[in-house]
Write a new protein. Sequence first.
Length: 169
Amino acid sequence: MPVRLLVLADTHLPKRAKRLPDVVLAALADTDGVIHAGDWVDEATLDLLLAHSPLVIGVAGNNDGAELHARLPEVATATIDGVRLAVVHETGPATGRERRMEDRFPDTDVLVFGHSHIPWDSTAPRGLRLLNPGSPTDRRRQPSCTYGVLTLDSGSTTWELQTVRPSVL
């Protein structure tokens, strides 16, 4: 049976928004778990996700304080339904990202990252898939806020980037 994961990064709560958008909370109720690639900023978001999801895989980001760094690793890994996942906050410059991350995570199928607030979906030469969901609360220079849904099914992956309408923030 497929496993659907809500994928978030750079929520920056409560600085960029007071709370997660309703569409993200609705997606949370319709998924089997959550991946968060850092820059939570507040512990309340982590606690909310832990209270409402049976699975939370998260990492600390550069804007997260000591409390979140004490609770979250810099790198998280998991194997779910035959897919080897890794989660980090930063991957460095876009130029050369695929090759650098393939070298850093040689035994990984999918790497989820954040930091840039820019949605990203690419595949490195040896097959590593790199995904960034953007941010559901801080679009920066992007046309809209975004998050992702990653479906894992017997070793295969499907990625859906979702848009958060500005009126719902």
